[in-house]
Design a protein around this ligand. Structure first.
Ligand code: SF4
Length: 618
């Protein structure tokens, strides 16, 4: 009710609410209850980062007595029943879809039979799509239902958008300008007539930065070089010269330079000068040459009736255009090694407000929320240029405090200079003591795989161990945890077992975190801190470095208590969380309840005592 009341007031004033609302509050339903009574002729746009959130909203909407009609879409490529995926980039897929649709109109082959039916049986397609909207079907269900009748669900649902009240989709539909424009056109309204719910809002600053960034991989470059052997054109010699310059001058050189460090900054002016030296053409002109040749390749493929209309050279040209155009702050140019060892060129944005601020300012009213959006002021500043209409609200955990034990160890730290053999030994002792004292499954999450594999060989426990690896499947681990309470899971913070996963039925009764999960210290982090210091004086380190680390830590700790009946312990094995400047970044209830332990023995005693108390409960 408190959430409904805060959100209602904000919406009435056409303002923006940022809410940090822990798991269990019922924030999805509360945000709907705040907005729907005020909807009128306006529309509601609900967006989220991960698709798992969609089903929560669909369930809540279906449970309302007067359910409004709602459409949800995944990407067109994901909903296409023709399954033209393969190696096609999303951009190339859209081109291909457009061609198949155009061919329907001009009755040429190949064409899309699902779209063909939409033209021929327009009314039936519309009725079916409206029925899907009234039933509030998920994108997969709507796709199956419509394609069984021979229609393209994506296109049909898009065509009835102006007749429905609510749209649900990923952040792209709200914050990617071209995707949003297309959606609003279909919706028949502009942002001032749209209320916005942004779920998992802690992801939005990073999402928008990523959307403004671009990257080029070695594979794309090699694909472009192969293209020049197949698609002959008078510009091929200069295209090859440009591609070879990129391949030898940048990618090959990157292989030699990036040995110890994985990431380096590049000066776009120097790269442009290298192009001039080696090819006689400055960088931006080389980008244009590649782009034009890419257009020629795509046209030729189309004329040849190829199944796929795409061009690697076009992609390289597009990237190079961004690389040489986005040269001022907040952009940085990077060369790095990816996890497979391949070289990647990047132009990365340091500030996503260019995308988020205009949407949030123009929308009729917005509710941005997350289980952990703290400190709220930091997230507000990272999303809005002008924050005069923003209201901040932190809610307490609705779960009974007596069901949790929050401990912080005072004598361990992952500070680099303290990572000695003695410290490794202390961590080992803590993990063994926790493993021995806890009742039920334990998970230990480290700051990195490297730290995990350094400590693991030292640990001796009677529990059945599972170690997170790239290929470890979530389902298999959940199965293992369901079979017995004698497991110990080792993983990393920010990994697949510490975020975005539920352990239903109190499958985990203890999470221990080893160290503070700061991002890897590299030239990008330095650039981000410097940029934020400039934008938010003296706050650079907090905004760029500390806040994301605390978010990762709290997400990890949050795996234990997923419902009001879950009981368990959280042990933070890093003394820095007890210091005031860091402690104040934690959720309120962590700050209140956190107990300090000074040795593995006292830690174990606290855990044993906690479980004894739990057993005495009725
Ligand atoms: S119109 Fe629909 S079914 Fe046809 S290609 Fe495009 S997305 Fe696929």
């Amino acid at each position: 009710m408190e959430f409904v009341s805060s959100a209602s007031k904000t919406i009435k004033a056409n303002d923006i609410l940022l809410a940090s609302a822990p798991c269990g509050i019922g924030k999805s339903l509360a945000s709907l209850l705040a907005i729907l009574p005020q909807l009128g002729k306006n529309k509601l746009l609900i967006c989220f980062r991960t698709r798992s959130q969609l089903h929560i909203y669909l369930k809540e909407l279906k449970s309302l007595r007067h359910s409004p009609s709602a459409v949800s879409l995944f990407s067109k490529q994901d909903m296409c029943p023709l399954r033209i995926k393969g190696a096609l980039s999303y951009f190339d897929f859209l081109e291909e879809c457009r061609r198949l649709k155009d061919n329907c109109k001009s009755s040429t082959k190949p064409y899309c039979r699902f779209y063909w039916n939409m033209i021929k049986k327009k009314k039936k397609a519309e009725e079916l799509a409206l029925d899907c909207a009234r039933r509030i079907l998920a994108p997969g269900e709507a796709t199956r239902r419509m394609s069984r009748q021979g229609f393209c669900a994506y296109e049909a649902l898009k065509q009835v958008l102006n007749k429905i009240d609510i749209f649900l989709g990923t952040y792209h539909y709200s914050f990617n300008p071209s995707v949003r424009q297309a959606l609003l056109k279909g919706f028949g309204v502009d942002l001032p007539n749209v209320y916005l719910i942004v779920d998992e809002a802690h992801n939005l600053p990073a999402f928008s930065r990523e959307l403004l960034s671009d990257r080029l991989t070695q594979n794309t470059l090699e694909g472009a070089l192969r293209e020049t052997e197949t698609f002959r054109h008078e510009t091929v010699p200069s295209v090859q010269e440009c591609l070879n310059m990129l391949s030898d001058g940048i990618f090959q050189r990157g292989q030699e330079l990036l040995t110890k460090e994985k990431l380096r900054r590049l000066d776009p002016q120097k790269v442009s000068d290298m192009f001039l030296d080696r090819t006689g053409t400055p960088g931006p002109e080389a980008a244009q040459t590649l782009h034009e040749y890419g257009d020629y390749v795509r046209e030729t493929r189309q004329q040849q009736g190829s199944d796929r209309i795409f061009s690697y050279s076009h992609r390289v040209g597009e990237f190079m255009k961004n690389f040489f155009e986005k040269v001022e702050s907040p952009y940085v140019h990077l060369i790095q090694r990816d996890w497979r060892g391949g070289i990647v060129l990047e132009v990365r944005s340091l500030d996503g407000r260019e995308l988020t601020d205009p949407v949030l300012q123009r929308a009729r009213g917005s509710v941005l929320m997350s289980g952990f959006l703290s400190p709220l002021k930091v997230y507000r500043d990272l999303m809005l240029n002008d924050n005069s209409d923003a209201h901040l609200k932190e809610f307490n955990s609705p779960f009974p405090p007596e069901n949790r034990l929050v401990l912080a160890a005072k004598d361990v730290s992952s500070r680099f200079e303290k990572r000695t053999d003695k410290m490794l030994d202390k961590w080992k002792n803590y993990i063994e003591a926790i493993s021995e004292a806890n009742e039920g499954n334990v998970a230990v999450f480290f700051t990195s795989y490297e730290l995990m594999h350094t400590i693991l060989p030292l640990i001796n426990t009677n529990r059945d161990g599972t170690i997170e690896q790239r290929r470890t499947k979530r389902g298999e681990v959940i199965n293992r945890l369901t079979k017995s309470g004698d497991n110990i899971l080792f993983g990393v913070m920010g990994g697949k077992f510490s975020e975005g996963i539920d352990y239903p039925g109190n499958l985990l009764t203890c999470v221990a975190t080893v160290g503070l999960p700061y991002a890897t210290w590299d030239v990008y982090q330095k650039a981000l801190i410097n940029y934020f210091n400039h934008e938010f004086p003296r706050e650079g380190r907090t905004y760029a470095y500390l806040t994301p680390a605390i978010l990762r830590l709290i997400q990890t700790c949050g795996r234990v208590h997923r419902s009001s009946s879950d009981r368990g312990c959280i042990v933070i094995l890093d003394e820095r969380v007890t210091r005031q400047n860091i402690k104040q970044q934690l959720p309120n209830y962590f700050q209140k309840e956190m107990k300090i332990v000074e040795s593995p023995n006292t830690c174990a005693e606290q855990i044993v005592e906690f479980w004894e108390k739990q057993q005495k409960k009725p």
